[in-house]
Design a binder for this molecule. Sequence first.
Ligand SMILES: Cc1cc2nc3c(=O)[nH]c(=O)nc-3n(C[C@H](O)[C@H](O)[C@H](O)COP(=O)(O)OP(=O)(O)OC[C@H]3O[C@@H](n4cnc5c(N)ncnc54)[C@H](O)[C@@H]3O)c2cc1C
Length: 304
Amino acid sequence: MHDVLIIGAGPAGLSAARWCDELGLNTLVLEQAEEVGGQLLSVHNAVENYLGVRAANGRQLRDLFAEETNDCEFDLWTNVELDSVNLKAKRITLKSGEALQSIAVIIATGLRRRTLGIPGETEFVGRGIIESGARDREQLAGKDVCVIGGGDAAAENALVLAEVCPTVTLVHRGRKLRARREFSEQLHTHHCVTVFPESQVRRILGDDRVEAVEIERGGAIKPFQMAVQGVLIRIGWQPNTEFVRGQLELDENDYVSIGSQQETSVANVFAIGDVANPLAPTIAGAVGAGATAAKVIASRLQQR
Ligand SMILES: Cc1cc2nc3c(=O)[nH]c(=O)nc-3n(C[C@H](O)[C@H](O)[C@H](O)COP(=O)(O)OP(=O)(O)OC[C@H]3O[C@@H](n4cnc5c(N)ncnc54)[C@H](O)[C@@H]3O)c2cc1C
């Protein structure tokens, strides 16, 4: 029996665990990945907007978080696979067989990148499908690339790649780019960049590596193939809430609905960080929400 079970060990979960520890709560953190850090592990740029810290990249910031939490007494299990979650009863069972019980549960499962679900998307990961324009730029220098998506992340990555690639084709579904105006203007005037609005990539093709994409353009009768050697997909984010669907109130985009103290629609179940923050997901917000949830739980337990 634990006081608190925390699901997810990104910035939000680690912050909550650190605070639970300080407040004397018996806490277990469950993380599905091999290592803690969540999205920080895919931040390849410098992090300069978390107050008091300058980190060369997300991993370095994660290391600073981990260094601090290493001294704490909470338990942390990584590589965990949830089997069933009963939030009302605060009972969680793991695929490995353990049955866990607590007084409070904190959901800190963050977001994952949306996927297209098209042929080639998983097969060519690391073989032409890249994770980040900033990180993989040099690998794609001199190659033709396709960037999929119409928001800021797609636009920014397309511009980064256009510095080293002869052609960058940005394919997006909408009539207009959703990216901020400064990015859209640069894209539309950049000599290497072509923007295909109202279009969709239907397949990513190749033998051993990416060799082409099949594009369906709005108005065109037939899809056509375009030779590229690199593909970057940036079509938004999806909250990791499948395992609580039907138990917690979610908003129309599947984010957990919460009150001002991070509490969900089920008593003593809290949600913190990006999974409950559709409007302004940040490291600072996630860390702050973790502190709030831990303090609210501690004061409730004191009153019992
Ligand atoms: C490229 C990039 C750049 C960014 N730059 C900045 C920046 O400069 N400044 C800033 O403030 N923010 C930045 N962010 C956003 C920031 O990283 C997030 O706001 C922050 O990581 C959110 O923390 P979180 O703990 O809520 O979620 P996450 O970081 O998403 O962590 C969630 C954790 O939960 C785990 N999990 C998910 N499902 C389960 C499950 N079923 N069981 C167990 N564990 C599970 C995941 O494996 C993960 O470890 C950036 C993000 C990206 C991707």
